[in-house]
Unconditional design. Structure first.
Lengths: 113, 113
C-alpha cells in the first residue's frame, strides 16, 4: 500500500539553526500538507500546497517557515531559525482529492535545544 | 472561533466490548468529517469518513454517526481489541475550496485485556 514517507524520524537542533524536514508524498497525489503536533496536544494545520504554490497557511506558519517541492517527488518544510517552541512532531500529508482522506506520514520529531 | 472538540479525553473498555468515542463540532458549515487513529509514535491513520448528507456510515468493525442537529459525531468500534488502543481524533472541514482539516483534541482509548 502506498504511503507518505518522512525523513528524518528524529531531528535535534540548536535554537537559531535552520532545519529542513523532508517528505515524499504518495506518488499520484496532488495536494500536500504540513501539520504539527506538540506533545499531548491536537494536530494543528500549518500549510497546504497545490499546483506548486501555497494554498493556505495558518498563523503558525510565519516568515520563518517555507515549503518547497524541489522535484516531482519531494516536499520539504524549512524552518529558517528554530525556536524552542518549534519543538513538536511534524507530519506531512497528501491526498489526491483536496482535503479529503488525508494520508499522513509517521512524522519527524523535532527537538530544539 | 469555531472549533472541533471531544467530550472525553480518556476511555477504558474491556476487550470484546463496544467503544463509543464522541466529538462535538461548532462550525455549522462543516460538511465533511473524518476519524483518525493515532498510535504512539505514528502519524494519524485514516479510519472512516462521512459527509453531511449522511447520518451513518459503516466500515469494518467501525461505524460513524453524524447528528447535524446537535453538531455531534461519534465513532463506534465493535468488539474492541487490544490493537484498537490509541488516540482517536475527529477532524472536519467545510470542504470548500482548500479549507484545511481542523482536528479535535483527541480521546485516548485503552483496551483492558
Amino acid at each position: 500500500e502506498p504511503e507518505v514517507t518522512q525523513t528524518p524520524s528524529h531531528q535535534v537542533t540548536q535554537m537559531g539553526q535552520e532545519v529542513i524536514l523532508r517528505c515524499v508524498p504518495i506518488s499520484n497525489h496532488l495536494y500536500f500538507y504540513w501539520y504539527r503536533q506538540i506533545l499531548g496536544q491536537k494536530v494543528e494545520f500549518l500549510v497546504s500546497f497545490y499546483n506548486n504554490e501555497i494554498s493556505e497557511k495558518s498563523e503558525i506558519f510565519d516568515d520563518q517557515f517555507s515549503v518547497e517541492r524541489p522535484d516531482g517527488s519531494n516536499f520539504t518544510l524549512k524552518i529558517r531559525s528554530t525556536k524552542l517552541e518549534d519543538s513538536a512532531m511534524y507530519f506531512c500529508a497528501s491526498t489526491g482529492t483536496g482535503n479529503e482522506k488525508l494520508f499522513f506520514g509517521s512524522g519527524t520529531q523535532l527537538s530544539v535545544l | 472561533g469555531e472549533s472541533v472538540g471531544l467530550h472525553l479525553p480518556t476511555l477504558s473498555v474491556q476487550e470484546g466490548d463496544n467503544s463509543i468515542i464522541n466529538c462535538a463540532y461548532s462550525n455549522s458549515a462543516s460538511d465533511y468529517f473524518i476519524w483518525y487513529k493515532q498510535e504512539s509514535g505514528k502519524g494519524p491513520q485514516f479510519i472512516i469518513d462521512i459527509r453531511s448528507n449522511m447520518d451513518k456510515r459503516q466500515g469494518q468493525r467501525v461505524t460513524v454517526l453524524l447528528n447535524k442537529t446537535v453538531k455531534h459525531l461519534s465513532l463506534q468500534i465493535a468488539a474492541t481489541q487490544p490493537g484498537d488502543s490509541a488516540v482517536y481524533f475527529c477532524a472536519e472541514t467545510p470542504n470548500s475550496g482548500n479549507t484545511p482539516l481542523v482536528f479535535g483534541k483527541g480521546t485516548r482509548l485503552s483496551v483492558i485485556a
